[in-house]
Design a protein around this ligand. Structure first.
Ligand SMILES: Cc1cc2nc3c(=O)[nH]c(=O)nc-3n(C[C@H](O)[C@H](O)[C@H](O)COP(=O)(O)OP(=O)(O)OC[C@H]3O[C@@H](n4cnc5c(N)ncnc54)[C@H](O)[C@@H]3O)c2cc1C
Length: 528
């Protein structure tokens, strides 16, 4: 069900310029939550619903649905944030707006298979870490966000290609109908630019209004958490305040504030949460920043003889494709065995242009002219890197990341499988996400992929499923946080975001992040 942030709720929602900062400094909250993505919003709403006085700080701005205009560059800059791994090898995408990644996510709701939970239980030394532990929380989140299974009646040409690929590979049972955070969808396929129709379930139209409705939740946007002020207590470090900086319009000076609370929950994402703990010198208590996974994506484009996408229409000067729901299937049949899954992504001219940019201009123009005959498949790898560690450089997070040989081989296998299956279902040309991809129009061209040298700086990969950094672990040897999300060696600092994952989840992560956040907030609420 889509809820609205009503005018009366907006009385508790401040920007940098409207924040009553003197009043805020005098207050002492039950909980202060950092970050308003799936983790932070669910944690804040759960605590507010339990009757706790909560302040939520978010460094991005509030963008009401009317502000979302489907325009690629405009939306990417207003809603998103990009980091790079060391050496600029892989881009890391996240949201920087009230609602965090949920405003720009693809709305695909998935739960990790049971073997991932088995691995997590073993790695963390916490045997209770099972999918049944999270089951009630998955159910509650699914209910609030109207998680809905797609149906075969929604199959468009792009999805039909994914189904036929599974059949051609002899793995039709590896195809599953996707669940999505929406009970209705207009089918522009532009979810990652923010849904201007406000039909996609995001934090702004679900958990945040639920929390605001209680009157217990106050939200500060354009407010960046810098570090905790801590004291040494008998049971470990005690955070007494959070230092924040409010940055509004360019012509106003930043305001620095000290927010006092009984407990603090960081849900600002893998890199920012790890950096916050490091800046707060909580390194002595725990060792944040390790075990980070990218779970990288690549996009495979292919041209066909028949149109794949339908022509959209112009609306108020903007072009709106109307292709139907982008991903109604997930092909997960080889996830356990080969580490990857894929789905049909909506093809956008800017994406096709970028992924075929290696071609000479005349060929590039010909490909762009065949835009409506092009399909796009997003492949995702459940990775296990060789080395990955977040550190601070000039107080900002920096991810030192080296992929493993095993992951490069898995990607090669995935590209080969996808290209072979696309050719089998009628693709004329396949474009792999590589800097210099071999020309692929017949099976014999695949030999060049089998022989190509594969490393992340030779591929066009990105990550929007970055996780880890503050993994759950029974003690400091196994992880950074306990099963209740509390940072080891602290008495009142909690984590409730993707950084809790002990390893890559293998699937779209947001549902699991929200399930953990609800579990952590319910436990915390009971102690306050
Ligand atoms: C383009 C895209 C498509 C995606 N598609 C899907 C999908 O279909 N399904 C799925 O399950 N997942 C998807 N994801 C991933 C999903 O969105 C993320 O896993 C999820 O949003 C992570 O939630 P989080 O709460 O851990 O962090 P985030 O959503 O990253 O939220 C963290 C928030 O904290 C704020 N913040 C950061 N630092 C500070 C600071 N110092 N002070 C204050 N605030 C701070 C950020 O601005 C941000 O709003 C997608 C992501 C992207 C970017």
């Amino acid at each position: 069900m889509i809820r609205q942030i009503t005018p009366s709720m907006r009385r508790h929602l401040y920007s940098a310029s409207s924040a009553p900062w003197r009043e805020l400094e005098w207050s002492r909250w039950d909980a202060c939550v950092i970050g308003s993505g799936p983790g932070g919003s669910v944690a804040a709403a759960t605590l507010a619903l339990a009757g706790k006085r909560v302040v939520l700080v978010e460094r991005g701005a509030f963008r009401p649905p009317d502000d979302l205009n489907f325009s690629v560059l405009d939306m990417a800059m207003r809603l998103g944030h990009v980091d790079l791994t060391a050496g600029g090898r892989t881009t890391l995408h996240s949201g920087r707006v009230l609602g965090g990644g949920s405003v720009i996510f693809g709305a695909v709701a998935m739960q990790p298979p049971s073997y991932v939970f088995d691995e997590w239980a073993e790695a963390s030394g916490i045997p209770e870490l099972t999918s049944s532990l999270l089951a009630p929380h998955y159910a509650c989140v699914g209910d609030v966000l109207s998680v809905t299974r797609q149906t075969v009646r929604q199959e468009n040409r792009a999805n039909a290609i994914v189904r036929q690929m599974a059949e051609a590979m002899g793995h039709e049972d590896g195809l599953e109908l996707a669940q999505r955070y929406t009970a209705g969808c207009r089918g522009t396929g532009l979810c990652t630019l923010g849904c201007g129709f406000d039909l996609k379930g995001t934090m702004v139209n679900s958990f945040l209004p639920l929390g605001l409705e209680t009157g217990n939740l106050t939200i500060l946007t354009e407010c960046e958490a810098v570090a905790f002020e801590t004291e040494l207590a008998r049971d470990g470090a005690l955070a007494v305040a959070l230092h924040v900086v409010l940055r509004g319009a360019q012509d106003t000076l930043p305001v620095r504030l000290r927010i006092r609370a009984k407990s603090f929950v960081s849900a600002s994402g893998s890199l920012p949460t790890s950096a916050l703990l490091m800046r707060s010198r909580l390194r002595r208590s725990a060792c944040p920043g390790g075990q980070v996974s990218l779970q990288p994506h690549g996009i495979v484009h292919a041209t066909f003889d028949e149109p794949v996408t339908y022509r959209g229409h112009r609306d108020n000067g903007r072009y709106l494709p109307m292709n139907g729901v982008p991903a109604i299937y997930n092909f997960t049949g080889l996830l356990q065995q080969r580490g990857y899954y894929w789905f049909a992504s909506s093809v956008h001219p800017s994406s096709l242009a970028a992924y075929t940019a290696h071609l000479p201009p005349d060929e590039h123009r010909q490909i762009m002219e065949r835009f409506h005959y092009t399909s796009s498949i997003t492949v995702t790898l459940r990775d296990n890197p060789e080395r990955s560690r977040i550190d601070l450089r000039h107080d900002s997070p920096h991810l030192d990341f080296v992929e493993s040989v095993r992951d490069c081989d898995a990607l090669r296998r995935c590209f080969l499988d996808a290209a072979r299956a696309l050719l089998a279902v009628g693709a004329r040309q396949v474009f792999l996400p590589m800097l210099r991809p071999p020309r692929i129009s017949t099976d014999s061209d695949l030999m060049a992929v089998a022989e190509a040298s594969m490393s992340y700086d030779r591929m066009l990969l990105y990550s929007d499923h970055t996780s880890g950094g503050n993994a759950l672990g029974v003690d400091r040897r196994h992880g950074v946080t306990d099963l209740h999300g509390r940072v080891h060696g602290t008495t009142n600092v909690y984590v409730a975001d993707a950084s809790l994952f002990p390893s890559a989840s293998g699937v779209a992560p947001s549902w699991t992040i929200m399930a953990f956040a609800r579990m952590i907030a319910l436990n915390l609420g009971a102690t306050l």
